[in-house]
Design a protein around this ligand. Structure first.
Ligand SMILES: [Fe+2]
Length: 383
């Protein structure tokens, strides 16, 4: 049945990081474990966050071992850290990988075994520690998501845990933390957010609330992503992108994604392609594949992206949506072909097979049914 669950407290806007101390206290206070990656420590952002907690800064200890495309084994190390330090609250600081690692580690403190016991939906038996998500990229929407994704090193595939207990208790979206995000990451993470919005909007599991959030997210990202890319210091554009990513994340938590993410996760697990880059590369190709299944909604996507669709047929307007998304990825200087990512051509069949074999939950949420042959054809077109 359709439902809407989101992070209960979302503090946003320039300077919102100053609310951190109050949020920690509202969650009961105590010792706080901050999970982040070494780059954010080096950039001084971790220290900024700790100091923003004011009087509570001394209660914060940090673990800076978060990695991109994390394996679930990393969570085991984080849990050991949180237990050794007797933490009662967890902060995730960083991109989607750091946030997913922090959210999942917080939950695992209250549960036995390891993450691999809980892959799938609704399988975590107990809540863990409360978590606060502080994104430093505008893309994943992990701050409002009840899901966390990890690579299973046993078979090189990406797998998700989806549970209400994984949902953070609070999120802080301060665009000042994203001002230093490099251009390439601004581009790939921004298109990840756009992919969430478009895939959720056209998902089989789409709902009214999901559509409302997806539509607003598409418009916000279409407006602000080119500016944030062109001028990373533009606080209005950075704020617009954090909001777009957040609202797309709400849609994601409701309706879930489709074939773009299914293919991207199969690629990411085996060939370690950055999630946002894989999505941005595949999005126009999958939209072309899906177009016949969702012309009306794609026509609306074109309008939301500012395309002049008045007077066009629904099909022509839908074509404009595909072209607009493709042009946006070109403008953002993102790779257009899989061969640019050093993926051997003879690996495509395996990726297609693993997409259908391991990503069924999201592949079957795609508006057009996708067979192994279809997946292969999309990958070949994108090669
Ligand atoms: Fe994504």
């Amino acid at each position: 049945m359709p439902r809407f669950l989101s992070t209960p407290l979302i503090q946003h806007g320039p300077g919102s990081l100053a609310e951190l101390g109050g949020i920690i206290q509202s969650l009961g206070g105590g010792r706080v474990g901050l999970i982040t990656d070494p780059g954010l420590v080096k950039a001084g952002i971790c220290e900024r966050v700790v100091q923003a907690a004011g009087d509570l800064a001394d209660d914060i200890v940090w673990f800076d071992g978060a990695e991109p495309e994390p394996s679930y084994e990393l969570v085991g190390r984080c849990v050991a850290f949180l237990r050794d330090e007797h933490c009662q609250v967890v902060i995730g600081l960083g991109g989607g990988s750091a946030l997913d690692t922090a959210k999942m580690s917080a939950v695992m403190v209250g549960n036995e075994g390891d993450v691999s016991d809980y892959f799938g939906a609704g399988r975590v038996p107990r809540p863990g520690l409360s978590s606060i998500a502080i994104p430093t990229t505008a893309g994943t929407g992990s701050e409002v998501s009840p899901a966390a994704v990890f690579v299973d090193p046993r078979d090189g595939t990406k797998k998700g845990v989806r549970s209400d207990y994984v949902q953070p208790k609070a999120a802080i979206l301060d665009p000042e933390l994203t001002l230093g995000l490099p251009q390439a990451l601004t581009a790939s993470t921004g298109i990840d957010a756009l992919t969430h919005a478009i895939e959720c909007y056209t998902a089989r599991a789409a709902t009214l609330i999901g559509d409302m959030t997806a539509e607003r997210a598409i418009a916000l990202i279409g407006e602000h992503l080119p500016v944030a890319y062109a001028d990373g210091a533009n606080l209005v554009a950075r704020d617009g992108m954090l909001m777009g990513s957040l609202i797309a994340g709400m849609a994601l938590a409701i309706a879930n994604v489709g074939a773009v993410h299914a293919l991207a996760q199969a690629l990411g697990g085996s060939h370690h392609v950055h999630h946002g880059m894989a999505n941005s590369l595949l999005l126009p190709y999958v939209m072309e594949f899906n177009r016949m299944a969702c012309r009306g909604k794609y026509a609306r996507v074109a309008a939301l992206l500012g395309e002049p669709v008045a007077g066009l047929s629904e099909n022509a307007a839908a074509e404009r949506a595909v072209a607009a998304v493709r042009q946006l990825t070109i403008d953002l200087q993102l790779p257009q072909h899989l061969r640019e990512l050093d993926i051997p051509e003879d690996a495509l069949d395996d990726v297609a097979e693993r997409t259908i074999a391991t990503q069924g939950r999201i592949a079957t949420n795609n508006p057009r049914a996708m067979s192994v042959e279809d997946a292969r054809a999309i990958l070949r077109a994108a090669y």
